[in-house]
Design a protein around this ligand. Structure first.
Ligand SMILES: C[S@@+](CC[C@H](N)C(=O)[O-])C[C@H]1O[C@@H](n2cnc3c(N)ncnc32)[C@H](O)[C@@H]1O
Length: 254
């Protein structure tokens, strides 16, 4: 980050995501047992909380935190944490550079995810680990509340059409990493709860509200339905499942 680029306030949806997901991510990262001298890469690091956690573990190594938007990324003075503007779809790192590569809620948004992941695997040192955590829509598909279910699925349809985001892809794990030849594959998942202003509610409520006009214009839901569904996210007596997080990890053959 250049000196002229100041760290902006973290958007509410990104803080909510961090609060909902960091405990699970830290548990999975810790299970890979990062060593002090590891060279780590986090792709699409967002506000950088997990990169900072890695920087505290890899004290004699290095952590590179990348994103295409650096506004919310702060290195908080860690000398071994480098923040780099880097687009994983168009840019590269040298072959066999990293002991650990981590990304959360990034590759499901990328239309070129298969080719991008193949490139990312080439950046791993032999024996290096890749850990992905991605949001999956399957719990929302069976949600009991009709407004919440229909508006959420209509929002995801627009996400897919307009951005390329595919939240059915993480349900195919671990296949993408198996197909790339990684070994010691692991698979894990977490459910989330929405309602009563829980962190995942805040994240998804913002998404529903933000995409509402596009969803309504496309005929996916009425304005009233969007308002009701967004309201459910803050409603004290509303309980349902939100997006799941699917995690997959594997190791480049030594
Ligand atoms: C949903 S956010 C997740 C942020 C963070 N990983 C987290 O879980 O809190 C997706 C992040 O990926 C970044 N991103 C999107 N496309 C990218 C690309 N092509 N290369 C690198 N980062 C990208 C976005 O700017 C954003 O910070």
């Amino acid at each position: 980050m250049t000196e002229s680029e100041s760290v902006q306030e973290t958007p509410a949806w990104l803080s909510a995501l961090r609060e909902a997901l960091d405990p699970h991510s830290v548990r999975r990262l810790a299970a890979l047992d990062p060593k002090p001298d590891w060279n780590c890469l986090e792709i699409g690091a967002g506000s950088g909380s997990t990169s900072r956690w890695l920087a505290e573990r890899c004290t004699s190594g290095k952590v590179t935190a990348t994103d295409i938007e650096l506004g919310a990324l702060s290195d908080s003075g860690y000398p071994n944490l480098e923040i780099v503007r880097h687009d994983v779809t168009t840019e590269d790192f040298p072959e066999a550079s990293f002991d650990l590569i981590y990304a959360r809620y990034v590759f499901s948004h990328l239309r070129s995810r298969d080719a991008d992941l193949a490139k990312v695997v080439s950046w791993l040192k032999p024996g290096g680990w890749l850990l992905l955590e991605e949001p999956a829509q399957f719990p929302v598909e069976s949600a009991q509340d009709e407004d919440y279910r229909e508006v959420s699925l209509a929002t995801l349809k627009q996400y897919k059409e307009q951005v390329g985001t595919d939240l059915t892809w993480p349900r195919t794990f671990p296949a993408p990493l198996v197909e790339l030849g990684l070994e010691e594959i692991g698979l894990d998942g977490d459910l989330s709860l929405v309602g009563a202003g829980r962190p995942m509610s805040l994240f998804w409520g913002e998404a529903i509200k933000g995409w509402g006009p596009i969803v309504v214009a496309a005929g996916g839901a009425t304005e009233e339905q969007v308002e009701k569904a967004a309201g459910r996210m803050y409603q004290k007596d509303f309980w349902d499942l939100g997006l799941a997080t699917m995690a997959v990890w594997g190791r480049r053959p030594a």
